[in-house]
Design a protein around this ligand. Structure first.
Ligand SMILES: [Zn+2]
Length: 79
């Protein structure tokens, strides 16, 4: 059986990540050039707008804290 709620959340999350990436490309233009990028791994929890979904979803994110440069590595959905 296909878990539709998990699937729907996955699609939403992909759209969300695309939007974030676009915003970041614009931010990158004003980025501090002297940053050497010390990347750390974080998890970013996604709040689903589907109240029927009882699972949990988060992104594994690689980010540089000083300049807020973020890369979405992986989407984890736990139904
Ligand atoms: Zn940086």
């Amino acid at each position: 059986m296909i878990d539709y709620d998990a699937h729907r959340l996955k699609l939403q999350s992909i759209i969300f990540a695309k939007g974030e990436r676009k915003a970041q490309e614009q931010e990158a233009k004003v980025e501090t050039p002297q940053c050497t990028h010390h990347r750390q791994r974080f998890t970013q929890t996604i709040r689903p707008d589907n109240p029927n979904f009882r699972g949990e979803a988060h992104f594994i994110v690689s980010a540089c804290v000083p300049c807020k440069l973020k890369t979405y590595l992986e989407l984890v959905v736990t139904p």
